[in-house]
Design a binder for this molecule. Structure first.
Ligand SMILES: [Ca+2]
Length: 412
């Protein structure tokens, strides 16, 4: 009798067609462990002893899975079939949730599940993927993930673009009018498109219980093989790794690399309608920060800083906020009180804020230089309007390497 209580018949409905219906008998006792009367029952239909099977079983179309044991496992991280992390859920748990099943977990009893269109998450560390991930999505529509605070103390949400390839902006004015990634419900965030793998954003979720933050991929227009996987990390207000206020991007470390969205020296186009802050945490005993353009191994003349002008031709740096031909009235990177390193005194006392054009320098120049800023905290601001052609052609945006400067290095 004990065995009959212990080995319960459980029917579990499956949520994904790719899962199997094959019966799984783990630890089924031998016939001799049952009393004679129960052996007769077990050997007659519907309890005829099955042959042992190994997971994963073969595919079938039935939607039921019979178990003679009750299986429990924690809903922890799992490695999906594509090598991506997901959350391990039972078939019943993943039923009805918007998402993508990405292989098995818990010795085959769970499904490795990733959130997708229409899902809501209140978990820290969720991955938001395109429909059908890890396959590409070539369709149109709107795919939205609703992010609810996992705790009232959460006040920021960090998005890491592990995979991010959607259609880029239009060729004329660089506006994201085909595909776009939109964040709503938090602080204003510029819409972005194109390729942004490796990029990140911090979203201000406000204090206390506020409206959920919604992450939306809008896809439209021509055929395009889209792929995205966004890690959503919830950051409590009290943590030391929280970003400073007003920073869409936040970098830590003595050195690093900053890129505008959709930057690619070969074919990426600077995005229009951008307006956001980029912050670098001041590390201990560092008083200044130097910026220089990243190497451009693709083009004969570096396009690593091309914000305005026709970058198919050499374009000098432009500085300042006036409306003249060498000023930055429309698109600019703001580097507070920027001055070229090595500039001869007393001109070093002079500095500029806005830099644009096709060469990175704090002076009007055709030669890229290293630029120093000692304004604290370390912050840049990037702004673009909604017009490019006919004056501004094929600009890539920027890629800058930064290195913080120690206070002992004559930097105040
Ligand atoms: Ca512009």
């Amino acid at each position: 009798m004990m065995s009959l209580y212990v080995y319960l018949l459980v029917i579990v409905s499956l949520c994904a067609a790719e899962t199997s219906d094959k019966s799984v008998f783990q630890g089924v006792p031998s016939d001799n462990s049952f009393p004679k009367w129960s052996r007769r029952i077990l050997n007659s239909p519907p309890f005829k002893k099955p042959e042992r099977k190994f997971w994963p079983p073969t595919q079938k179309e039935s939607r039921f899975l019979s178990l003679f044991t009750v299986i429990t496992f924690p809903n922890g991280d799992c490695a999906g079939a594509s090598g991506d992390n997901g959350t391990c859920l039972t078939a019943r748990e993943c039923s009805g949730k918007g998402g993508s099943v990405n292989g098995y977990c818990a010795n085959g009893f769970g499904l490795c599940f990733m959130k997708s269109c229409g899902a809501t998450t209140s978990e820290n560390g969720t991955y938001f993927v395109n429909s059908g991930y890890p396959a590409v999505f070539d369709g149109t529509g709107s795919c939205e993930l609703t992010v609810v605070k996992s705790d009232p103390d959460v006040c920021q949400i960090r998005l890491d673009f592990v995979r991010f390839a959607i259609a880029g902006p239009d060729q004329t004015n660089h506006v994201c009018n085909q595909d776009q990634f939109i964040v709503s419900g938090g602080n204003p965030v510029p819409g972005i498109c194109g390729v942004n793998q490796g990029g990140h954003m911090y979203i201000d979720a406000g204090v206390g219980t506020t409206n959920p933050v919604k992450l939306t991929f809008v896809t439209s227009g021509t055929s395009f093989e889209r792929l995205w996987k966004v890690k959503v990390t919830q950051i409590p207000c009290s943590t030391i790794y929280k970003a400073e206020e007003g920073c869409l991007q936040y970098y830590t470390g003595v050195s690093g690399q900053l890129r505008s969205f959709n930057y690619d020296p070969a074919s990426g186009l600077q995005l229009s309608n951008q307006d956001y802050g980029i912050c670098i945490r001041m590390e201990r005993n560092f008083c200044g920060i130097q910026y220089s353009v990243c190497p451009d191994t693709v083009n004969n003349r570096s396009r690593a800083f091309t914000l305005s002008g026709n970058s198919n031709n050499p374009v000098n740096s432009m500085i300042g906020s006036g409306a003249g031909p060498n000023n930055c009235a429309n698109d600019w990177l703001l580097v507070p009180c920027a001055a070229n390193v090595g500039r001869i005194q007393p001109a070093q006392a002079l500095c500029t804020d806005r830099i644009c054009g096709g060469t990175f320098s704090a002076d009007l120049s055709m030669q890229s230089t290293t630029v120093l800023s000692t304004v604290k905290p370390f912050r840049l601001w990037f702004h673009t309007d909604n017009v490019e052609a006919p004056v501004d052609i094929d600009n890539r945006g920027f890629c800058l390497n930064y290195v913080q400067q120690p206070c002992t290095n004559n930097v105040m």
